[in-house]
Ligand binder design. Structure first.
Ligand code: NAG
Ligand code: NAG
Ligand code: NAG
Ligand code: NAG
Ligand code: NAG
Ligand code: NAG
Ligand code: NAG
Ligand code: NAG
Ligand code: NAG
Ligand code: NAG
Length: 662
């Protein structure tokens, strides 16, 4: 039997109270949760909880996920500049555009020793807001061209990693350029082995010429990579990539977002500017900040998505950019052809098409598996032209790719699409109030991808600097709504995800980081609990309290998915016969939940994950930050079920996930 009822029982209360949720007495709500075990039921797609990889925002790719350490490696920042580069010793650095390395990289750096040097001289780069130096191997490379009169004493350059003034060198290598032909570009690379970590990230990468050298020396694409995730060449930063992987994301939406659209039409994401050798990638002005090198191009992005086991949601450019200009209807065809080339490049067999062959030529013979393509971004701001852009793209693409689900970015001004992407940036109360939103939308289509959502403020209109516990709790209520409506919801994802805290245009973000620290925000931890504990079918469940019966619970009423301040969903992994119960409380007091699993006499040991603030903590101000990254963490407890029953206490303002073998 269930334990007797203690304390107060909450009835139908939806009052949400912030501030001092301190439980000073034993005031415990008691709820009975009845779960029907079954092996059939509404399917939950594996894409349910995903992430967005919006390039450029908060320097999330260049200066973030992309492992390249060198800032402004090809002198493209700030309208072509030497920004980030400093000379040392003797000599000077200037920009030069004489006979550049490639048409994509039209300027280079010229280092000039106009008199024979007497000290070690050269240039250095402090990275994107610092360089983390750890015991490992770094791979450095550059393109180099000496002038006819150039002379290097001994014929060797030294490259390395040091502190700012070079008094402490953590690792160095020599590069023999003696045989480099004059007036011609050659590339060189070397491994820099580091054995001791630097305490600070105030470090530089340097290129040094020995004393007694002289002349003009040109450089471009000066690059330095640490070890990368899965050891990929031109790959991604291990700690940030691992944070993505640990979310167990079902999908990754890429490459944006606003950065897909670009500041202007010519500055849109152009897929074939992001492939092939780096010297052939021109990059483009960033939508949010700085310059996009596009070193992390379409192949690298999709490879990363594959490496973390997720399904890509490929966003394609749909003829609208952020200067609010749309491609006129009679000029759309080249843009449609561009997308067809892009999807062919990504998905066509290598031996059956020109684009597939190009992909193979670039080192990737297997096609990528693309199930979802989103046409455009947030065209609810451009409905008057989406009315012709969507049909033009969708008609052409859906005929050619019958197995792909195409996602529209608004349903206004177009006929009902197969799927639509909803975006919600809101205070916590919105997500709580809209728990049942997706119970009341048309079925069977459009299906819904909640491609961006997050709690952006507490009560006023000021953006939060970091996600809070209250936000994570509210988002989790919305996520329970996604799972319960998995017949129409493809999945949802918090946005934005990446934030270099030294280059921020938008807060809050799921994964703030600096050169050597990655923060798992409250919202991250909540999403991780959902992503890592995903059922493949929904189980029927009802909650009651002392004055209700399970028979009296109506669909869409109290007890169905929600009872008072408690929100819940039950699901199952049929392959491992595991029950998953997700519970979210916005109550000030503990909630004692007595669970009965119908048609199961399971007596087993399970795990309960809890994200909560603890006594006396205001959930609306509790955050993991770059200064206090572990203010809140997931607590794991063991639980025991006997004869299909178990009891758990759900703390105030918390997210709880139970995982129990049946
Ligand atoms: C919650 O607990 C407080 C004491 O901490 C008590 O005053 C209050 O009545 C309780 N609220 C409910 C709705 O039970
Ligand atoms: C409140 O009472 C219940 C039932 O006796 C007990 O299980 C629980 O631990 C108590 N909670 C607190 C906070 O004292
Ligand atoms: C869930 O409940 C509904 C409505 O009562 C019922 O039609 C359905 O068969 C149940 N599904 C399972 C898997 O028990
Ligand atoms: C050489 O360059 C230095 C700056 O590095 C400059 O001060 C000096 O005037 C130059 N000398 C000649 C002869 O151009
Ligand atoms: C670093 O490189 C050196 C020489 O290239 C090699 O011997 C060593 O095993 C490498 N160390 C690591 C950690 O990869
Ligand atoms: C341009 O570069 C070429 C190749 O290095 C060189 O021969 C030529 O002198 C340079 N011209 C100028 C104006 O520097
Ligand atoms: C030089 O560049 C070419 C083309 O990008 C590349 O294939 C080669 O590996 C590079 N060599 C070195 C030593 O970096
Ligand atoms: C990556 O390379 C490092 C150093 O060479 C090695 O220790 C590690 O096992 C490699 N990892 C993978 C996944 O191949
Ligand atoms: C990119 O592809 C478009 C057609 O999709 C083509 O017109 C353009 O020349 C290509 N650009 C490059 C750099 O190959
Ligand atoms: C669509 O999927 C079916 C079933 O997997 C497959 O046979 C067919 O070749 C696919 N069509 C295209 C155009 O990829």
């Amino acid at each position: 039997m269930f334990p007797p009822v203690f304390g107060f029982v909450i009835l139908f209360s939806i009052t949400i109270t912030f501030g001092s949720p301190v439980v000073t007495e034993n005031n415990t709500n008691v709820v009975s949760l009845n779960i029907q075990n079954a092996n059939n039921g509404q399917a939950i797609p594996p894409t349910m909880h995903g992430v967005i990889l919006e390039t450029n925002i908060n320097r999330g790719d260049d200066g973030g996920l992309y492992a390249e350490l060198i800032y402004n490696r090809a002198f493209q920042e700030n309208g072509r500049s030497l920004d980030g580069w400093l000379r040392f010793g003797e000599g000077s650095i200037t920009l030069s555009n004489n006979q550049s390395l490639s048409s994509a990289l039209p300027v280079q750096m010229k280092f000039t020793l106009n008199e024979t040097s007497t000290t070690p001289s050269g240039f250095k780069n402090g990275g994107y807001y610092g360089i983390s130096i750890q015991p490992q191997n770094y791979t450095a490379s550059f393109y180099y061209r000496p002038s006819t009169s150039a002379y290097i004493e001994g014929g060797k350059l030294t490259i390395g990693l040091s502190n700012l003034d070079g008094s402490n060198i953590y690792g160095a290598a020599t590069i023999d350029v003696y045989n480099a032909p004059v007036s011609v570009w050659s590339n060189f690379s070397a491994t820099i082995s580091v054995f001791d970590a630097a305490q600070s990230t105030q470090n530089v990468f340097f290129v040094a010429f020995p004393p007694n050298s002289r002349g003009d020396f040109e450089f471009n694409l000066i690059s330095c990579f640490p070890a990368t995730f899965k050891n990929r060449t031109n790959g991604v930063r291990i700690d940030i990539a691992q944070a993505f992987a640990d979310l167990k994301p079902g999908f990754v939406r890429l490459p944006g977002g606003n950065d897909l659209e670009g500041p202007t039409i010519p500055e849109r994401f152009i897929w074939n500017n992001t492939i092939g050798p780096l010297q052939n990638r021109p990059g483009r002005r960033g939508t949010w900040v700085g310059y996009n090198t596009e070193g992390l191009g379409i192949i690298e992005l999709l490879t990363f998505v594959e490496d973390i086991g997720a399904t890509p949601v490929l966003a394609v450019y749909a003829g609208y950019s952020l200067d609010r200009k749309a491609v006129p209807q009679d000029q759309l065809q080249p843009y449609i052809d561009e997308v067809i080339d892009e999807i062919d490049f990504i998905t066509a067999p290598a031996d059956a098409s020109r684009m597939g062959a190009l992909r193979k030529h670039l080192g990737r013979s297997e096609p990528f598996d693309i199930k979802y393509v989103e046409i455009g971004n947030e065209d609810f701001v451009a409905t008057s032209t989406y009315s012709y852009r969507w049909p033009a793209f969708h008609n052409a693409l859906s005929q050619r790719y019958p197995n792909i689900t195409f996602i529209a970015t608004t349903t206004s001004s177009i006929p009902s699409p197969p799927a639509v992407d909803d975006h919600d940036y809101q205070p916590p109360q919105f997500f709580i109030n809209n728990f049942r939103r997706y119970e009341n939308i048309p079925r069977p289509k459009p299906k819904v991808l909640v491609g961006e959502f997050s709690t952006i403020n507490a009560r006023d209109s000021n953006s939060l600097p970091y996600p809070t516990l209250a936000g994570a709790v509210a988002e989790s209520i919305y996520r329970i709504g996604f799972e319960r409506n998995s017949d129409v919801i493809i999945g949802g994802c918090y946005a934005p995800v990446l934030q270099n805290v030294k280059a921020t245009q938008w807060t809050p973000n799921l994964i703030p980081f600096n050169a050597n620290l990655v923060v798992k925000s409250t919202s991250y931890l909540a999403q991780q609990m959902f992503g890592a504990n995903l059922g493949n079918i929904i189980l029927n469940s009802t909650a009651t309290n002392s004055i209700m019966t399970h028979e009296s619970v109506q669909k869409g009423g109290e007890g169905d998915g929600k009872l008072g301040n408690l929100y819940f969903t039950a699901s199952k992994r049929t392959d491992s016969n595991t029950l998953i119960v997700k519970l979210v409380s916005v109550d000030r007091n503990d909630t004692l939940v007595n669970v009965q699993i119908q048609d199961s006499l399971a007596s087993s040991e399970g795990v309960m994950y809890i994200l909560a603030g603890g006594p006396g903590v205001d959930p609306s101000t509790l955050s993991n930050t770059i200064y206090n990254p572990n203010a809140v963490s997931i607590i794991t407890k063991l639980i025991w079920a006997t004869g299909g029953k178990f009891s758990i206490t759900v703390p105030p303002w918390s997210v709880v996930v139970v995982n129990l073998p049946l």
